[in-house]
Design a protein around this ligand. Structure first.
Ligand code: GMT
Length: 375
């Protein structure tokens, strides 16, 4: 049994999902898990005597212009390391979490090993603000072990930061109990979708990098040829401009804005195709969620997406911004029942074989054993 602290952004986002699901699976295997986060992780839905939650509280002293969250986190980490005698502190994101963990390790008396998982946004931050470069590099180099969620992200990290630290690639996974095809013959009808209409789905946080406008433009081209509806799940900065685009293109009756949703697998289960046309994506966890629910995906040939979608086998890859190509593959897939069936089956098999949660959790355990010197 190991005592493992986990820090992540607890709100919606793939990194928070992975960190929380990993914690719950490690607890099921008999490890004691201590979440150290600013609020209760939204995916933390299992009651277990092996799972603890330590909230980071930020005091608003009038002397500080900005509340020092990072220092409050480091202090809480050090307190938990010493009181609970943590073996491992697994942090998701180098900035600021690995930096806080390093500070906590310096403050704490108990010896703890730091494992950092990179999810991509650290590297994206550098595009906006290169002054953080040295700090992110420090966070990576001072960690006892570092993992990245795709080969692409590991390479990009080395290229952009010049780190010499070994970065192990451990892919993302889904909780197979949540993500499986769920038959509900009435759900499509409840949304007012006719049985013969095809359903295309997109799920994201509507940030600019997600290029939701390309999803809508692709859908317009599909919709010209095939009776179909588009489900847009999520919310974020681009939401209003996407609403306007849908209106301008005369698609208001065919595009449903569902906002943030919890029961994603139910919605995936009434979908025939998933579109993720991002300009940056270190992995694209939503692709794997779709594949586990037997939904084939069309994604852009960027970042880690080609490591998730096998072109022509489990879905299709298109060049960034090429909505003609995306529509072409979508129409081909949606108008050929046998092909759709085959690609859906392949997607499920790949999700189970390449990205199975037990296989991925084992890879994290191997990393923990390695830093602890356990063979
Ligand atoms: O994509 C986002 O905006 C959220 C971000 C996060 O922190 O969850 O996602 C990143 O981590 C996910 C989990 O590893 C990956 O599946 C996403 O591809 C990655 N996002 C980007 O690289 C833009």
């Amino acid at each position: 049994m190991k005592k493992i602290g986990i820090t992540c952004y607890p709100t919606v986002g793939g990194s928070g999902v992975i960190a929380t699901e990993l914690g719950m699976l490690l607890a099921e295997q008999g490890n004691e898990i201590h979440f150290i986060t600013s609020s209760l992780p939204f995916r933390l839905n299992s009651v277990s005597p092996m799972i603890y939650y330590h909230e980071v509280e930020i005091n608003h002293y009038p002397v500080f212009q900005y509340p020092p969250y990072d220092l409050a986190l480091a202090t809480k980490m050090a307190e938990v390391i010493d009181r609970e005698k943590l073996d491992i502190l697994h942090v998701h994101y180098a900035m600021p979490h690995a930096i806080c963990a390093i500070l906590a390790r310096d403050i704490a008396e108990h010896d703890v090993k730091i494992v950092t998982t990179l999810h991509g946004t650290d590297i994206t931050v550098l595009g906006f603000d290169p002054t953080f470069k040295k700090m992110i590099k420090h966070g990576i180099e001072q960690s006892d072990a570092v993992t990245a969620v795709s080969q692409s992200l590991a390479k990009q990290t080395v290229d952009m930061l010049g780190v010499t630290k070994d970065i192990s690639v451990i892919y993302n996974f889904v909780n197979e109990e949540d993500y499986e095809k769920k038959e509900d013959p009435t759900l499509k009808q409840q949304y007012g979708i006719k049985p013969d209409e095809k359903v295309i789905i997109h799920i994201s946080n509507f940030r600019k990098v997600k290029r939701v406008q390309d999803v809508v433009q692709t859908f317009k081209k599909i919709n010209n040829e095939i009776n179909s509806k588009l489900l847009l799940i999520g919310d974020g900065p681009e939401y209003s401009s996407i609403c306007q685009l849908v209106k301008n293109l005369g698609l208001s009756n065919d595009v449903f804005f569902l906002g943030k949703q919890k029961n994603i697998s139910e919605l995936l289960s009434i979908s025939d195709l998933k579109l993720l046309l991002s300009e940056k994506e270190s992995f694209g966890l939503v692709l794997l969620e779709a594949m586990a629910c037997e939904v084939p995906c069309i994604g852009t040939n960027v970042g880690g997406i080609p490591e998730v979608i096998q072109h022509g086998k489990t879905g299709y890859l298109v060049e960034l911004g090429d909505t003609d190509e995306a529509a072409h593959y979508a129409i081909r897939l949606l108008s050929d029942h046998e092909l759709l069936q085959q690609i859906s089956e392949n997607a499920l098999i790949d999700a189970e074989e390449q990205f199975h949660s037990q296989k991925i959790v084992k890879q994290y355990i191997d990393i923990y054993n390695n830093v602890l010197g356990i063979s």
